[in-house]
Write a protein of this length. Structure first.
Length: 336
């Protein structure tokens, strides 16, 4: 088991490094970061000063090493003389960096003097609250609907749930969110349309965010249960006189859970990715909305920190899923 864990941990570290490299390259492809940090009509001297201040005048490989490991050997104490836009020479300090491996993504350009990662972590509890609500909504209802359809295959309930599952996978989340606002907030006035603060504010965002996962999980539970219920060991359990509830819970559902655990792990990434749209629709003050605001305001340190943080959570959750998968099915540890 330990070899299996260490192998998975090494793969996760490589994935995190790849995410860091990808984030760095994408930020370089967006254009000159120094020019994007300032208004379009800023003089060239101000752009050059920002470039020197943040170390953007150095070669790309040096920038990436500094992005990862920070300043080495006192590089953060360096100053450069440059001509100011208002006239006269200015001493430009080089912004010291500790590096991403120590949690330093630089300072936010919008929230002055605040570390970018701290800004992301401040919003994260709200995103976690929304994600947990959407995850529980999707998982619990999918188990109920999937089991009900499998045990009553071909009935009207089965056909109706299957139609709803197909619709749930087909409807875009932004359209569903706007539809829920129109019906439950505008027409009936039952739920608040935007914002946060009460459990009622959480209902529509959680339903919007979790509907895709609910539809997909329902279909997987149904198909998995139909496959398992036809196995010999299930028929043997019934022949021994076990109740149907015990057969389903102890024998059928446990074996169906193996592919479900993998899908639930992937759902975490899907939910965090979909939260960017959902939080924007419902004005939910989470990390996803922060990413949109930071992109529009060109706060690139916050964008880098948020993307890395979301990717790190996704990697850690999938590492946990692999461990649970190996615990449920010992053959996985031998094959991998």
């Amino acid at each position: 088991m330990w070899r299996f864990f260490l192998r998975r941990l090494a793969q996760s570290i490589l994935v995190v490094f790849g995410v860091l490299l990808l984030v760095f390259v994408i930020m370089q492809l967006t254009g000159d970061p120094a020019a994007l940090m300032l208004p379009p009509d800023s003089p060239a001297t101000d752009i050059e000063r920002i470039r020197i201040m943040y170390g953007l005048d150095r070669p790309l490989y040096v920038q990436f090493a500094r992005f990862l490991f920070g300043d080495i050997g006192g590089g953060g104490d360096r100053t450069v003389r440059t001509w100011g836009s208002g006239g006269g020479w200015l001493e430009v300090p080089i912004k010291p960096r500790k590096g991403v491996i120590r949690g330093d993504f630089g300072e936010s350009l919008r929230y002055r003097e605040q570390p970018a990662l701290a800004v992301v972590l401040e919003r994260f509890p709200r995103s976690l609250e929304l994600m947990v609500a959407a995850f529980l909504y999707a998982v619990l209802l999918s188990l109920v609907f999937g089991l009900l359809c499998a045990l009553r295959q071909g009935s009207l309930v089965d056909q109706g749930v299957r139609v709803l599952a197909i619709l749930g996978q087909s409807i875009p989340s932004f359209w569903l969110g706007l539809l829920l606002i129109l019906v439950f907030a505008v027409w009936f006035g039952w739920l608040p349309a935007m914002g946060s603060g009460t459990w009622w504010h959480l209902v529509m965002p959680a339903v919007t965010l979790g509907s895709l996962s609910l539809a997909r999980n329902t279909r997987l539970v149904r198909s998995g249960m139909l496959d398992v219920l036809g196995e010999d060991y299930v028929r043997t359990a019934r022949a021994k006189g076990l109740t149907e509830r015990l057969v389903v819970a102890k024998h059928a559902l446990k074996n169906t859970a193996i592919p479900l655990v993998t899908l639930w792990g992937l759902d975490v990434g899907v939910l965090f990715g979909g939260a960017v749209i959902t939080e924007s629709i419902f004005a939910w003050p989470g990390t996803g909305r922060l990413v949109i605001e930071s992109v529009t305001r060109r706060d690139f340190p916050v964008v880098q920190a948020a993307v890395f943080f979301i990717a790190l959570i996704f990697v850690l959750v999938n590492l946990l899923v692999d461990l649970v998968y190996g615990w449920l099915d010992p053959r996985v540890r031998l094959e991998r």
